[in-house]
Design a protein around this ligand. Sequence first.
Ligand code: SAM
Length: 345
Amino acid sequence: MAPAQTTDRPEQHMPTAGPLLDTFGRIADDLRISVTDKCNFRCTYCMPAEGLAWLPRAEILTYEEIARLVGVFVRLGVREIKLTGGEPTVRRELPSLVAMIRRAQPDVAISMTTNGYLLDRLAEPLARAGLDRATVSCDSLMRHRFAEMTRRDALDKVMEGLRAAEAAGLTPIKLNCVVIAGTNEDEVVDFARFARDTGYEVRFIEYMPLDAEQKWERAKVVPSAEILAAIDAVYPLVPEDTGGAEPATSFRFADGAPGAIGVIASVTEPFCDTCNRLRITADGQLRACLFAMQEADLRTPLRSGASDAEIEAVIRAAVWAKWEGHKINHPDFERPSRSMSMIGG
Ligand code: SAM
């Protein structure tokens, strides 16, 4: 049986004004928007080699629909928009979406999570359109291993993309690295050195049960505490106060070297009690948790003439119903039916 997602707190207390509050007192002000479910990589821990059955084009939100939703969410207190996917850069004319959002929302922070493959030509137009920052995923600094993990021989191009992002001012640059036991955990110190050399924040993400092929096993999760200990033994680390809302716990180097280290310990040290995130899938479904079993349909109201106030009511109810936290470490954990690339990581 799926873990319950609603609480016994009475519906009538749901706020009709003010920020997006849930029954556990958390405020949702960070929105991840997936602009496509397609990807040009096939990371082994995410998607099968042959890809997935892509969503039909008509089901995907148009840029106008996304921009309208952003307006509604910003009025509800959202301050951070992250574009993701799939791979956001494979959607045509992505800079025009960024420009549309930026024109309407001059004060909102807009960032993007990308595999970096197309940043060599897109970083500059995206920055010009109003993108603030880029987070680039990279799981190995070794060409052969990168190719094995992503099923694309593309490390050089991703490095070029990182340089282009920096040159375009999409900074501070963050680099996301999923660590998998027996695959790339021997590289964590090399990544720390890379952070020091480049000034990037390298963030290590624990492997989560969100791979489409359902091959995840707990034994392949490398606890963030182990990653930090391995790095600290070579480059001593000092915790950094990031204000609590970030999923990553951040550290700087004790010797004052540039760069930073972050860990996202979703499995071994879940941070659900401070979660401020919401996600919209490429087909317009609102998810209050990465692992949610329920979604709120925003596309239907968008396409059937609903007013902003009606859409706002759907959003408020979905946030109010946000569960306390994911159940990865409970015996009754159930994987959501969508995998990471379908949700928007
Ligand atoms: N394509 C973009 C990218 O590579 O950043 C955005 C989407 S991707 C799904 C977002 C992030 O999710 C990437 O950093 C990816 O490595 C991570 N990811 C995918 N599957 C994962 C899993 N099973 N566990 C942990 N992280 C995962």
